[in-house]
Design a binder for this molecule. Structure first.
Ligand SMILES: [Zn+2]
Length: 278
């Protein structure tokens, strides 16, 4: 089976009404900011990805523009129970000889009630299939050529939108790796400055207990302190196990009391000053 996207056929992926996309949607709003920098950082942190060039959105198939003419709209008269129950119906002249005859008759009798346009009728007469489906409450019809183009565009667009997601995920992984590296580097310096066991914690605040997202996230508005896991003395300064280095107290406890095993980049200015890291 061919897998080249240029040779996509309906046999590989059956046409569905959800593939029909308006030409007016703008997919160029997705930005791949600092693309080369992000790739370089990914390499530095050893994060795997599949990017080489900045992904570009697929071009809208010009052969599908005509579909959005109102003349392609089918009449409600088509809405037989068997058609209404299905998503997309592939029909040939033989399949719908009755409907086909009706279309021809109605098209000729009522000039203002278009059932199928001349192109679709011509396709049926040439024994080419057409597709019927519901879109935004209307029964619509498209040609086999349009269905193929919609399907191909849909596949290309899905691939593009996945790359948008993948890129944002890569940016997130880099951000996490950066923070982890910085936290590890800082922890080494604090280890050697204190000489006792400690861990990074943030003080739980009342409003955080009422926030669904308080677990595992370091709030920008909350500083992380050094919390001592051993008694500590440095000159006149004495701290016992469980206290914060800077002496800050927390009415609601600390993040590690919530079984939160994450370590945090220390951001409390007082704690940093007391370890000589401000
Ligand atoms: Zn502190």
């Amino acid at each position: 089976m061919q897998t080249d996207s240029n040779t996509a056929t309906l046999e590989q992926e059956p046409f569905s009404a959800i593939f029909v996309r308006s030409p007016n949607q703008d997919y160029s709003k997705y930005k791949f900011d600092n693309f080369q920098d992000v790739l370089q950082l990914a390499a530095e942190y050893g994060i795997a990805h599949e990017f080489t060039d900045i992904p570009v959105p697929p071009e809208y198939p010009s052969e599908c523009l005509e579909f959005f003419d109102d003349t392609r709209r089918c009449s409600i008269a088509f809405m037989t129970p068997s058609i209404a129950a299905i998503d997309t119906l592939k029909v040939t002249k033989e399949d719908i000889s009755e409907v086909y005859e009706t279309s021809l008759r109605l098209n000729s009798e009522c000039g203002n009630v278009k059932i199928l346009d001349q192109k679709l009728i011509a396709d049926l007469m040439d024994n080419k299939p057409i597709y019927l489906f519901f879109k935004q409450g209307f029964l619509k019809a498209c040609s086999d050529q349009e269905a193929q183009a919609f399907t191909k565009f849909h596949k290309a667009l899905r691939k593009y939108l996945k790359s948008v997601d993948d890129f944002s995920n890569l940016e997130y992984q880099i951000k996490e790796a950066k923070l982890k590296a910085r936290t590890a580097e800082q922890a080494k310096l604090i280890d050697s400055a204190l000489g006792v066991k400690w861990r990074g914690v943030f003080a739980i605040q009342w409003r955080m207990l009422h926030d669904n997202n308080y677990l595992g996230t370091q709030k920008k508005t909350t500083v992380a302190h050094v919390r001592l896991l051993d008694d500590y003395q440095n000159g006149r300064l004495k701290r016992s196990t469980g206290q914060t280095l800077c002496g800050a107290k927390s009415k609601f406890g600390y993040s590690d009391d919530m079984d939160d095993m994450k370590s945090y980049l220390i951001t409390c200015p007082k704690c940093l000053a007391m370890t000589g890291l401000d």
